[in-house]
Design a protein around this ligand. Structure first.
Ligand SMILES: [Zn+2]
Length: 342
């Protein structure tokens, strides 16, 4: 209901020319778009905030072209901001994590429009024949039709009493959290894969099929090369998708990320994206020492000369965002509302 009212207000504002006015007022700011995965099967129904259907993404790209926005690379935007170059209606496309669907679904669309983009690649699950663990667990619980299950057979101490567990929404949530807490710190990825296979048997969701469909798998080395050939620039997103305040661990996350990915690329990796958007000014010294040029967050906003280089805001897009909401963001109408509110 709330979103219907909101969308009606947006449509009216657009009709009254307020989107066009906002765009003109904020014409010199850079809009950095943020995407994650692109739907292959039904991922956007499972995690609507992370995935978008390819046809919706194509609509967004077409809108940018049709409206005359200039899609530029992240490095170009950085150079512009550094040198005080003012150009109108600049848009940067960024994509986080590195799901296979970036190559299979998004890259062909961006290539059609000749749009450059940046992929922030997290490297732990890169080039591995398995899905990202936490997403696979969530998906299996979302997908299952089973109403009662025995989780004691998983061999997880915290689940030893979950023998005849009714799969209510609450229990699904509780059990999946316990599985993720147990599985994430495991040393050796084979143990996590074995856990997913057993969980698949318990929930009657075919793990082999999930892995074969590669819904939550990251790209391989060969696919990374193909992405580069499509004009996708590859940048940093930590190795284990975590960036704690602890200086030593934070450095190691960036260095491990570089160690795995950078030898495969033609240029040094100098741009960074905070995993899960969690950031603090206490990270900045680490980023400075690692010669990072920009770091993007998941905070919503536009970039200009006054934006701290290690806290560039972005515009998050996913299947949760309607076309009119996207237009309200890109035009700057929402940004002006936020500015007015603060
Ligand atoms: Zn991420």
């Amino acid at each position: 209901m709330r979103s219907t009212i909101k969308n009606s207000i947006f449509h009216l504002s657009k009709y009254l020319g307020l989107f066009a006015l906002s765009r003109w007022l904020l014409r010199n700011k850079v809009r950095v778009l943020c995407y994650h995965g692109f739907t292959t099967k039904d991922e956007h129904l499972n995690v609507p905030g992370l995935f978008i259907e390819p046809q919706e993404f194509a609509k967004r790209m077409n809108y940018l072209k049709h409206k005359g926005y200039k899609v530029i690379g992240l490095e170009q935007a950085y150079q512009d901001i550094e040198q005080g170059v003012r150009q109108q209606d600049r848009v940067v496309i960024t994509i986080d994590d590195g799901y296979v669907s970036v190559l299979r679904k998004a890259a062909p669309i961006m290539k059609e429009y000749n749009y450059p983009s940046t992929l922030y690649l997290t490297s732990y699950f890169f080039d591995k024949d398995c899905p990202v663990f936490t997403l696979a667990v969530n998906y299996m619980f979302w997908k299952t039709k089973v109403t009662e299950a025995d989780f004691a057979s998983l061999g997880i101490p915290a689940l030893s009493n979950y023998k005849n567990c009714q799969l209510s929404k609450e229990n699904k949530n509780k059990v999946s959290i316990l599985i993720k807490e147990y599985g994430q710190p495991l040393k050796g990825n084979e143990k996590r894969v074995a856990l997913l296979k057993t969980l698949g048997d318990i929930l009657q969701v075919d793990y082999q099929q999930l892995n074969q469909d590669r819904l939550f798998n990251l790209v391989t080395k060969q696919e990374l090369e193909q992405l580069e050939q499509c004009g996708v620039d590859i940048q940093l997103h930590t190795h284990r998708h975590t960036f704690p305040i602890d200086e030593e661990i934070a450095h190691k996350e960036i260095q491990d990320n570089k160690l795995v990915v950078n030898p495969l690329l033609g240029a040094p990796m100098t741009h960074f994206c905070y995993p899960s958007g969690v950031w603090s000014t206490r990270h900045w010294e680490v980023l400075e020492k690692e010669n990072i040029k920009t770091a993007t967050t998941c905070q919503t906003g536009f970039v200009d000369e006054n934006s701290p280089k290690f806290a560039w805001p972005r515009i998050l897009d996913s299947s949760r965002v309607s076309q009119i909401e996207f237009e309200a963001e890109v035009s700057g109408f929402n940004e002006l509302l936020r500015m007015a509110r603060s």
